[in-house]
Design a binder for this molecule. Structure first.
Ligand SMILES: Nc1ncnc2c1ncn2[C@@H]1O[C@H](COP(=O)(O)OP(=O)(O)OP(=O)(O)O)[C@@H](O)[C@H]1O
Length: 818
């Protein structure tokens, strides 16, 4: 009986809407990647067998270790008229009718809707379909790339919940929005557990009937997807001895011999009779009759199961026998990461506890986004522990790796651990405790090897792992020095500079490592900062830090090889060359004397923002800058503090104090500052008649100067509106426009309240954009930060037309802009 036999009771179910969408995307956009279906189905089969084996560790009734665990592939040409089929079976955990319906009819993944929206977009513009496969395992639904009809027959093992499991079938057509579930009309063909997926191939996919193609595909994409054997059904024609023909031939030969003997006897009797009569007759031997010629072999079709993944797993092989491609394919198959790994190391060893093991450690080329959300709480399941090639667990507990290395992907195969080791016992084994230092040591070695051997690759490493090294240096005291030596910085002079290189470039007398830190700012912008200008002009190197971790990093470490870090935006900066410093000191003293009136004036004027105003020796071209005290907040830290304290309404005096702990530094060589000094000096003395206009003007210039210094130094101005009103006034003055001439600020008020209430709800035919439940403007996620919505002004005529159309008889005042 087949799946479509008449009279079967088939229960019809609808696909969850996301499944319908996903299937559509898969079918429409991944056409040129059809091959992936096989990899996906083999990977599912592997997972199902793995699950069976793991469940059986605690419940022997499920599988006693006797029956073989394997995956089989069989092709059937359309000789029986049912259609060409590819059948993929496994002896895994199987599914009940309910599981068939939930697992194959719904998507349980979080973030699926986002993914689908993204996928739909990339499918529309034809880009990124390759990435799409990478971003999301398309799993079972990729079957529909090659099949227009799919049947999944499955039976779960006997369990307390399901003591008499039945083999059920899930069936669906590629274009159906529903699927059916029904008991398998063939009865139980799968034994005690397992799944069989029958793909009725589309006309354009008949080439998957070719065993050679299947072999090539499994070799390329799936030889590492599973450690369980994958067998391909094959039929070959062989020439074998044809027993029947041999017997018949022997009989025929015997008969012919007998006939010949009889003929000979008859002839000799005849000869005796005629002996005297015909003496001259020549003696002629009677011809021996030949047995009819028959082939003694025949051609038979021989069924065979070819083992496709017979090579030992990659980690068990000698690294010399494996190619880069082998390592890359293994990585993809094992961790389902479709981005090529950055690098890897393959080694074997003996732990101190005497366990010998083989391992491969990979550096992924992208950090899992989840990692950076909470690097110190990230728990990976990417270190896979095997015992004698059998997967045991990837849950190795909290501390299997240092936090900074929790992203690593590794497979470790231990020879001498018991196969049925439970997670709890495992965690107390010495081997696991040693694993942490083994893996950490090897990762660091791998990074150092890249530093020594492959500079270009190491730059890629820095782009991905740069922040990780900083985190590690803060968090992992034991490996701090090694991690510090891996960190690279952009400086005002070069890129990818290590701290050792920085120290080699240190100038005579320099006793500080100079840095400027502002999160999120480009290093180009940082290099232009007022705080860097003099250091740069004099040839000093300054580390330009713009990553979130940087401030924490320098704040925690404070020094490298006994040389302290110095924030160039803070007080305490010392060049260290005594002569210059002496000269500068004298210059500064002279300037302080000369600029005393301006310093006093500015100090009074900016007392709400800064603690003091002083002559600067750090500025070259800029007129002024705001510098934080050693204990004060830099602009960067102040921004971080105010972002994290927005909701905290209670005033924090410590913070206010720290925020004000900054100094305005002015550049005595700047003409602007000189000009201001002159203006201050020209102000009438206290006992003279005040010149209100001149005073107001100077106040304004001073305010703009202080605010400008704040902005230049990365701080926010206290009152942006006021700042711009002042700039506006100065601009008017410089243009000779009347400062007090008012701007026409009249606007047309809104029309009166509309008495008509909008209808509730939305029209019946209203369709929300896919993936949204709320009305509104919905942008696909990749456009969210790039698109701004602008309202178009409606001109008066148009508005009046609208008004007239709306039946409003009285002319209403109208808006000139909406
Ligand atoms: N051969 C199988 N045996 C048992 N269960 C299966 C089999 N194939 C699929 N399933 C079940 O169906 C679910 C959905 O499969 P699907 O391939 O769509 O996604 P997935 O395997 O969970 O994810 P991904 O393919 O992205 O790894 C699986 O999680 C599993 O529970």
């Amino acid at each position: 009986q087949d799946f479509d036999a008449p009279g079967l009771h088939k229960e019809k179910h609808s696909y969850q809407s996301d499944v319908a969408r996903l299937r559509k995307i898969v079918i429409n956009s991944l056409y040129s990647h059809k091959d992936i279906f096989l990899r996906e189905l083999i990977s599912n089969a592997n997972d199902a067998i793995e699950k069976l084996r793991l469940t059986a560790l605690t419940d022997k009734a499920i599988w006693d270790g006797g029956e073989p665990l394997n995956i089989t592939i069989k092709t059937v040409a359309d000789e029986d008229g049912k259609g060409a089929r590819l059948i993929i079976s496994d002896t895994g955990i199987g599914m009940s009718a309910d599981e068939l319906s939930t697992n194959l009819g719904t998507l349980a993944k979080s973030g699926t809707s986002d993914f689908l929206a993204q996928a739909e977009n990339s499918a529309v513009d034809g880009t990124g379909t390759g990435n799409l496969i990478g971003a999301f395992g398309l799993g079972f639904y990729s079957s529909f790339l090659v099949a227009d009809r799919v049947y999944v027959a499955s039976i779960p093992p006997k369990s307390a919940k399901n003591p008499n499991p039945v083999q059920n079938v899930f069936s669906s057509n590629a274009d159906d929005s529903s699927f059916e579930i029904f008991p398998d009309p063939r009865g139980n063909t799968l034994g005690s557990h397992g799944t069989e997926i029958t793909l009725f191939l589309k006309d354009d996919s008949i080439d998957y009937l070719d065993n050679e193609k299947i072999k090539a595909l499994v070799n390329k994409h799936s030889s590492y997807s599973t450690a369980f054997p994958v067998y391909l059904f094959s039929q070959t024609t062989e020439e074998v001895p044809d027993e029947e023909a041999i017997v018949a031939a022997a009989e025929a030969a015997a008969a012919a011999e007998a006939e010949a003997a009889a003929a000979k006897a008859a002839k000799s009797a005849e000869e005796q009779d005629a002996d005297e009569a015909i003496v001259e007759d020549e003696e002629v031997e009677p011809e021996t009759p030949k047995a009819p010629e028959q082939p003694l072999t025949k051609f038979v079709t021989v069924d065979d199961w070819i083992h496709l993944n017979a090579l030992p797993p990659l980690w068990m092989r000698d690294p010399k026998d494996a190619t880069d491609e082998d390592y890359e394919l293994f990585y993809t198959a094992f961790w389902k990461d479709y981005n090529k790994p950055l690098s890897w190391t393959h080694f074997s060893g003996d732990s101190e506890s005497g366990t010998s093991f083989k391992a491969i450690i990979y550096l992924p080329s992208k950090m899992d986004e989840e990692y950076w959300k909470q690097p110190l709480a990230y728990k990976s399941d990417d270190v896979k522990l095997m015992v004698k090639r059998v997967f045991i667990t990837s849950d190795l507990g909290e501390d299997v790796l240092p936090k900074w290395a929790a992203w690593v992907k590794a497979v470790v195969d231990a020879e001498d651990l018991p196969l049925n080791v439970s997670r709890e016992t495992l965690q107390s084994t010495r081997f696991l405790r040693q694993l942490k230092s083994i893996i950490t040591k090897r990762i660091l070695q791998l990074f150092n090897k890249l530093v020594d051997e492959d500079n270009e690759k190491f730059k890629e490493v820095i782009d991905v792992y740069g922040s990780i090294f900083k985190l590690g240096a803060v968090e992992d005291l034991k490996n701090r020095d090694k991690l510090m030596s891996l960190i690279r910085f952009t400086t005002n002079q070069r890129n990818y500079t290590s701290l050792d290189q920085y120290l080699e470039n240190k100038k005579q007398g320099q006793k500080q490592i100079f840095y400027l830190s502002e999160m999120g700012k480009s290093t180009e912008d940082l290099a232009q900062s007022v705080f860097v200008e003099k250091l740069h002009a004099r040839g000093y190197e300054v580390l330009l830090l713009n990553e979130p971790l940087d401030e924490i990093f320098v704040g925690n470490l404070r020094q490298y090889k006994n040389v302290p870090f110095q924030d160039v935006a803070k007080a305490g900066l010392k060049f260290g060359d005594e002569d210059v410093e002496k000269e500068e000191k004298e210059e500064k003293e002279l300037a302080t004397e000369r600029y005393a009136p301006l310093l006093v004036y500015l100090k009074e004027h900016s007392k709400d923002v800064v603690r003091d105003v002083v002559i600067s020796n750090r500025l070259v071209a800029s007129p002024c800058a705001v510098v934080a005290d050693t204990y004060g907040y830099t602009a960067n830290v102040q921004r971080m503090m105010s972002a994290s304290n927005k909701k905290d309404s209670a005033p924090n005096y410590m913070q206010e104090f720290a925020a004000k702990a900054k100094v305005l530094e002015i550049n005595p060589r700047s003409p602007l500052i000189e000009g201001m000094l002159k203006r201050v000096e020209r102000l009438p003395a206290e006992d003279e008649e005040p010149d209100e206009e001149a005073e107001a003007e100077l106040r304004e210039v001073a305010s703009i100067l202080v605010d400008g210094a704040l902005v230049r130094s990365g701080f926010e101005v206290p009152n942006t509106n006021l700042f711009f009103t002042r700039v506006d006034r100065v601009l008017r003055r410089s243009l000779g426009v009347d400062e007090l001439a008012p701007t026409d600020t009249t606007v047309k008020p809104a029309p009166p309240v509309d008495p008509e209430l909008p209808e509730e709800g939305y029209p019946a035919e209203f369709e929300y954009p896919p993936g949204t439940e709320e009305p509104g403007i919905h942008l696909p996620p990749h456009l969210k930060d790039q698109v701004q919505i602008e309202m178009e002004p409606i001109d008066d005529d148009e508005w009046e037309k609208l008004q007239a159309g709306g039946g409003n008889s009285e002319p209403e005042p109208v808006h000139d802009e909406l």
